[in-house]
Design a protein around this ligand. Structure first.
Ligand SMILES: Cc1cc2nc3c(=O)[nH]c(=O)nc-3n(C[C@H](O)[C@H](O)[C@H](O)COP(=O)(O)O)c2cc1C
Length: 339
């Protein structure tokens, strides 16, 4: 890694098989977060490409209510990728076929999930130490997918932080005809501890010919620029940094294109986006579930503002949409600073 490289930040496009993206900034899949309302708000502020939350291949095949809900989208919610998690090559291929038939723009395979419920079955990041199973899954999917790009998202390793496992699996993916790899530069064992080790992204970029999308700890536009410069990655993927901050996509775009930074959102802009998110969420999943979801979402928008902790306490017991709207309306970040 070492000194920042001279790389072309201006290259804002990403070609993945037949999918030409006008951006190299990708929104990552996040279970419980990247639902339809999140994506619609994001797209209204500059998000170009997004993913559904991960879906279990078996749940998709069985058409469970949970998977049906995750897959809801609208015509403006494109280009959009779906992500599958699973370990059985036959059901992964069957689910992949369904994803392509439903008209999603890209299929991603989850080899990064660290949750024991998933890894215990040999899926998610457990596949990082099962290269033969990973190959079987890639091969069976590539046999059925005709048009859309297939990509894989992984962590650096299961326990080994060197990146050896990610490089081996990415080479297998390339060999099987997958179109790109995204790397969250932490191991399964690290979960979210410490910093993501971007040096592993640089190593992976050197090791494979397919595009490498770097992921981990991008919280502002400057982080994205540093990651691109330090690793030479072809694209950047952001996760937590976009929660409650849908303005980040244009900010990154501006830094990459060497344009002046867009104006920062005012507090009124933040409140308006949050109110909009609330309306979409209630529309999407109804009042009872929508309120529960919005208890989390509202805190994303006000995080780091003075008074956010008190706001969280109140919102967590909020029982109705009108009460929540009033809490949002009344929130005044400077009030705790007043003397
Ligand atoms: C709440 C939550 C849910 C996540 N769900 C998924 C998922 O469904 N699929 C996936 O590949 N990664 C998932 N991730 C990982 C993120 O996509 C991303 O790789 C990780 O947060 C590191 O990026 P960041 O530092 O920009 O957040 C999830 C992360 C969080 C915090």
């Amino acid at each position: 890694m070492g000194e920042p490289r001279q790389i072309k930040l201006l290259d804002m496009s990403l070609k993945l098989k037949n999918l030409m993206l006008n951006t190299s900034v990708i929104q990552s899949p996040m279970a419980g977060c990247t639902d339809l309302p999140f994506r619609l708000i994001g797209r209204s502020k500059g998000m170009e490409f997004a993913f559904l939350e991960m879906i279990s291949a078996e749940a998709l095949i069985r058409e469970t209510p949970e998977s049906e809900e995750i897959m809801k989208r609208t015509p403006e919610d494109r280009p959009l990728g779906a992500q599958l998690v699973g370990c059985n090559a036959d059901s992964m291929a069957q689910a992949a076929q369904i994803i392509e038939d439903l008209g999603y723009d890209l299929l991603d395979l989850n080899l990064g999930c660290p949750v024991p419920k998933i890894t215990g079955k040999g899926a998610g990041s457990a596949l990082l130490i099962r290269p033969d199973d990973a190959r079987r899954i890639f091969e069976s999917i590539m046999k059925v997918i005709k048009k859309i790009p297939v990509t894989v998202k992984m962590r650096s390793g299961y326990e080994d932080p060197s990146g050896k496992e990610a490089i081996l699996i990415s080479r297998i993916a390339e060999d099987c005809g997958l179109s790109a790899v995204s790397l969250h530069a932490r191991t399964r064992a690290q979960r979210y501890m410490g910093n993501a080790d971007w040096a592993v992204i640089a190593k992976l970029k050197e090791a494979v010919g397919i595009p490498v999308i770097g992921n981990g700890d991008i919280f502002c536009a400057e982080d994205a620029k540093r990651m691109k410069q330090m690793t030479g990655c072809d694209g950047v993927m952001l996760g937590r940094g976009a929660l409650g901050n849908p303005w980040i996509y244009r900010q990154i775009q501006a830094v990459f294109e060497d344009h002046p930074a867009p104006e920062k959102p005012t507090f009124a802009d933040v409140k308006a986006a949050l109110m909009n998110h609330l309306a979409l969420e209630i529309d999407f999943i109804g009042e009872r579930k929508g309120l529960l979801q919005m208890r989390r979402v509202a805190c994303w928008y006000f995080k780091d503002m003075p008074g956010a902790a008190q706001f969280r306490t109140k919102i967590n017991v909020c029982q109705s949409v009108s009460e929540m709207k009033k809490l949002i309306d009344d929130f005044e970040p400077l009030s705790t600073l007043s003397v």
